[in-house]
Design a protein around this ligand. Structure first.
Ligand SMILES: [Zn+2]
Length: 238
């Protein structure tokens, strides 16, 4: 006797298997990230195809077999049409989901992760989303995701001496978990990179405000580039 389960899920990616099957990786509300096999879904008459496109939010039903879940039904809840209209938005979503899939391995459902994905898709889908804020949005989502996963960086005190960080000279070391003061900069090897006050301010703002506030920030290209380097570096260490 196999058990049947129903849950809402974001379709994150899929891969072809055999002649007409596909395996889906989804983030589900009740089970976290799971892989589900869809038999015969690439056949023209498959009723599941219309509700399992990448980046859809769907209500899925699957059967738990021995070591494998098989999709038996799917109903589309939200297609995020606004996201699909823009190449830039799609590229951003692929980039974010790639990072998400890389970092989220456990099949345990986490409300914070579900909320992060929900907000990511609804905010990027919104018609008022400005292309010139795409970079800012991506890094905002990135830092919120890492925080939801328990990798919150230290942005207020030196990771070594615990003194409050006071500009102007501040350093960053991903491996040690965040900011380092000038006095302690010699204690970290390799030598930590120096980080500007505006970049710190923006990353702090990411973690204390939601997107409707964050999107009003004016970030200079140079500061965004700095945030990009710090983000890549932090990702690499976690
Ligand atoms: Zn220190």
């Amino acid at each position: 006797m196999f058990l049947k389960y129903r849950t809402k899920a974001f379709i994150l990616r899929h891969e072809n298997r055999g002649e007409s099957d596909q395996v889906f990786w989804v983030y589900s509300r009740d089970f976290g990230k799971i892989a589900v096999m869809a038999k015969g879904i690439r056949k023209l008459n498959s009723k599941l195809r219309g509700s399992t496109q990448v980046f859809y939010l769907s209500e899925i039903e699957f059967v738990q077999g021995r070591g494998r879940k098989t999709l038996v039904d799917a109903v589309r809840v939200e297609k995020f049409a606004g996201l699909r209209e823009s190449f830039l938005k799609l590229r951003l979503a692929h980039r974010f989901v790639r990072i998400f899939c890389h970092l989220v391995k456990s099949p345990i459902a986490e409300e914070a992760l579900w909320q992060r994905l929900s907000r990511f898709f609804s905010e990027i889908d919104d018609a008022s989303f400005l292309p010139n804020k795409a970079q800012l949005f991506y890094y905002f989502s990135f830092w919120r995701l890492l925080t939801a996963l328990g990798y919150r960086p230290e942005l207020y005190r030196c990771v070594f001496c615990r003194r409050k960080i006071a500009a102007p000279e501040t350093f960053w070391q991903s491996r040690d978990g965040g900011l380092i003061c000038r006095n302690c900069s010699g204690r970290s090897a390799p030598r930590p990179r120096s980080v500007s006050a505006p970049a710190i301010k923006i990353i702090r703002f990411f973690l204390t405000h939601e997107w409707p506030m964050v999107r009003r920030l004016k970030a200079e290209p140079l500061v965004l580039r700095e945030i990009k380097v710090i983000s890549q570096n932090y990702f690499y260490h976690h």
